[in-house]
Ligand binder design. Structure first.
Ligand code: FES
Length: 93
């Protein structure tokens, strides 16, 4: 269990329900975690895995908060691009 109750500035919710998981959601979640770690953003950005969000036809599904930007049928390249747009570009100094 974490020692502190950290509240991140940004959260990426990645659906890892069975359909999204199979269609790349799990790998994209891992990719985000690696990027966050490598960029030293662990205290600012958090990846939260969710259960099925009832959008299975659009798997894999994820959302970037607080922008409320949603990706559907996301490829790894699109996920990276959205990460840049919604996580990196709008960071508060
Ligand atoms: S498994 Fe992701 S929306 Fe259903």
């Amino acid at each position: 269990m974490a020692k502190n109750f950290n509240i991140p500035e940004k959260v990426i919710y990645v659906c890892t329900g069975s359909k999204c998981k199979k269609k790349g959601g799990k790998d994209i979640g891992k990719l985000f975690r690696t990027m966050i770690k490598d960029m030293g953003l662990k205290n600012e950005v958090e990846v939260i895995k969710t259960d099925c969000t009832d959008r299975c036809d659009f798997a894999p599904v994820m959302s970037f908060q607080p922008d409320n930007a949603w990706l559907k049928q996301a490829t790894e390249a699109e996920a990276k691009q959205a990460f840049e747009e919604h996580i990196l570009k709008k960071r508060t100094p």
